[in-house]
Design a protein around this ligand. Structure first.
Ligand code: SF4
Length: 394
């Protein structure tokens, strides 16, 4: 093994060397400001920091490219998230993607997603993304209601956000996701309905609808502790989710995961990897990887990330090798988030543990799960308690 890859967890690579497909996640940790609910690792954008980050990312790609196992694997999905990848200049973003394509063998139908804030989208930027090989755009809108945008601390007004989305289709993007959020303080049933309707009017191929959660260290967390707002109770939150299910179905979307809907043929292939326990290599500060049964993560600190790579080492700080049994359990729990459920064969692998088998039998009996001759899936009732069911099966 090359000395430069000494920080790569070895357990991650000594097995399944001939499995071909892998996904790449690149974390671009820059934003113009932090939204009140956001707990992702990021720093404020700044030219010097960005240039140093890009040099470190280049080095990280080079180190992984050299690895004997990764060198022979095709990359079928690439996902640039953050942060805001479109905080990078057009030249910087194209050179990252060109570097990825030079470092790995990308499949002919490789799905390349870039997350974007709507206000960062200009005609020129969109053209650059298309020319650089981006096949899918994921736009963080959250809400089409201006007061809710202010409450979330989003950096753009509804007019600025709309001006960005308006350019996407004419530029030639045919696969577009819009992220929405429900459970925003003060959000009414009508305003959620309005946001869903307006999102559908832009004819995206994919929608993600997430419930607001209060994450430690965010501005919402401090405001929540000071009693400045209350979260929706879980019944109200379920009502809003059920409303999304009904409204999006009427608009021709198919729910394929608890929080994700798509038009036919437009499920997110990269995110399916996580739910199906497939391998993803994460690059950039705080990025997480799961490769051949080993989970490992990069340091969530830009300075340390850059320093480590400048010294020729990877920035991996945490690693955990999962037992075969843990791997199977996780695959079932994450797989159950998808409406298609998981093959019976995955269940059989876990059923050797009597306690696990008993929990599963009880969920089947209570009709939270349903089993066909081929698969096991959550029922509509079970999907409302997916987190609770998941934690019991882990
Ligand atoms: S734009 Fe996205 S990544 Fe940046 S602070 Fe807001 S939610 Fe977080």
């Amino acid at each position: 093994m090359d000395a430069n890859v000494k920080n790569v967890p070895k357990a991650a690579f000594h097995r399944e060397a001939n499995r071909r497909d892998i996904g790449l996640y690149l974390h671009v940790p820059f934003c113009v400001k932090r939204c009140h609910f956001c707990a992702f690792y990021l720093v404020m954008e700044n030219e010097k920091r960005m240039a140093r980050f890009l040099a470190a990312l280049d080095r990280e790609l080079e180190l992984y490219r050299q690895h004997p196992v990764l060198a022979h694997r095709d990359v079928s999905t690439v996902y640039l998230g953050g942060g805001t990848p479109t905080a990078l200049s057009r030249t910087q973003l194209s050179s990252v993607l060109a570097r990825v394509a030079r470092s790995f063998s990308l499949t002919a139908d490789c799905e390349v997603t870039v997350e974007a804030t709507p206000e960062s989208l200009t005609r020129e930027y969109l053209n650059t993304l298309l020319e650089a090989g981006v096949t899918r755009l994921s736009i963080g809108i959250q809400t089409f209601v201006q007061e809710e945008r202010i409450r979330l601390g989003l950096s753009s007004t509804i007019e600025e956000a709309t001006a960005g989305i308006r350019l996407v289709k004419p530029a030639g993007f045919t696969n577009v996701n819009i992220d929405l959020m429900y459970g925003i303080p003060g959000q009414s049933f009508t305003s959620w309905e309005n946001t869903l309707r307006l999102a559908c009017e832009w004819e995206p191929t994919h929608l993600s609808c997430y419930a607001l959660s209060v994450e430690e260290g965010t501005r919402f967390d401090s405001a929540f502790r000071r009693g400045e707002f209350r979260l929706l109770d879980s019944d109200r939150e379920k009502e809003l989710q059920l409303h999304a299910i009904e409204q999006l179905e009427l608009a021709g979307f198919c729910q394929y995961e608890i929080s994700n809907w798509s038009k036919s043929g437009f499920q997110c292939r990269h995110n399916r990897r996580y739910w199906q326990g497939e391998d993803v290599l994460g690059l950039g500060p705080s990025a997480q990887s799961y490769v051949a049964g080993c989970r490992f993560g990069n340091v969530a600190n830009l300075e340390q990330y850059c320093l480590r790579l400048e010294h020729g080492d990877l920035a991996v700080t945490e690693r955990e090798t999962l037992s075969i049994f843990q791997q199977h359990k996780e695959r079932v729990v994450f797989g159950l988030r998808m409406l298609e459920g998981v093959p019976n064969g995955w269940i059989d692998l876990n059923a050797r543990d009597p306690a696990w088998a008993a929990s599963l039998a009880s969920f089947l009996e209570k009709k939270y799960l349903v089993q066909t001759p081929e698969r096991v899936a959550l029922t509509a009732k079970g999907r409302q308690f997916a987190d609770e069911i998941g934690s019991q099966l882990l």
